[in-house]
Design a protein around this ligand. Structure first.
Ligand code: F6R
Length: 256
């Protein structure tokens, strides 16, 4: 696990975008695992800038999103379909048919989840998975106590997660109670993982992720078992870590 400490979210998101852009340039048909939420918005802005100004080509790229709310129409501004079209897909030259976001509107959820997993496999697996982290340590919508081997499925959202997402829906009563999410086991199969976390509200989650014991009570802590993970955090999110000097020294010899 490489812990990369930056000054702020903009610096961190530019770095995250560079890591993703390098893979898109290097691998003709890269498969990207994408996240939503407030954290990666500047990263998507940077990918759009690289597309416009530096000819970053997404025409052969395939994407799979982590999650989508259950029974929220794609036209709802809180839905992750809407989010991805708004922040990224409509602004770059990715083919619509190459983008995948779980369909929370289906009746047969089990089948949707199985097909989502199969589609990831059919495309050769995810080359790089982008992650944020919830205040409670969730990745995707894998909430504390979930199986660390879980696959794509319907999951209930914790109250804290629903509260954190009020701004997407206007008021708590409108925030969905359920979502389809890639499982922790699904995420762990990505060849490379980049997780972004910024600000005070993520301090405890980052502490659990980087220096805590591996536990389903902090699902992100399982990333300690992944061979190729970069954790990009700002100084504030890093506040509760005890080995910051070591992480900074190690970063000096990390090739990005
Ligand atoms: C989003 C996702 C979630 C978020 C997390 C942090 O697709 O899977 O795990 O990454 O809830 O959200 P923000 O970035 O809004 O703090």
């Amino acid at each position: 696990m490489d812990v990369i400490i930056v000054n702020d979210n903009i610096e961190g998101c530019k770095l995250g975008a560079k890591i993703i852009a390098d893979i898109v340039r290097r691998k003709n048909n890269a498969v990207l695992g994408l996240a939503t939420g407030k954290t990666p918005i500047p990263l998507y802005d940077e990918l759009v800038r690289l597309h416009n100004n530096e000819s970053l080509d997404f025409s052969n790229v395939t994407s799979f999103n982590l999650d989508e709310y259950y029974k929220v129409p794609f036209t709802n501004e809180g839905s992750y379909h809407y989010f991805m079209n708004h922040h990224l897909f409509s602004k770059i030259n990715i083919k619509k048919e190459n983008t995948h976001v779980p369909n929370g509107m289906v009746d047969d959820v089990e089948r949707e989840c199985i097909e989502y997993e199969e589609s990831i496999k059919k495309h050769g697996g995810i080359d790089i998975q982008l992650l944020g982290i919830g205040r409670d340590g969730h990745i995707g919508f894998n909430e504390p106590s979930c199986s660390l081997a879980s696959r794509t499925r319907l999951e209930a959202l914790m109250e804290d997660t629903r509260e954190a997402n009020i701004s997407d829906f206007g008021k708590l009563e409108l925030v969905p109670y359920y979502a389809i999410t890639m499982g922790v086991g699904t995420i762990m199969e990505a060849k490379e993982i980049v997780l972004l976390a910024f600000g005070e509200s993520k301090q405890d989650a980052v502490k659990g992720l980087v220096e805590g014991a591996i536990s389903s009570m902090c699902p992100a802590s399982i990333l300690q078992m992944h061979p190729n993970v970069k954790i990009i955090i700002d100084n504030v999110a890093a506040k509760k870590l005890t080995k910051v000097d070591f992480y900074k020294a190690k970063f000096k010899i990390t090739r990005l």
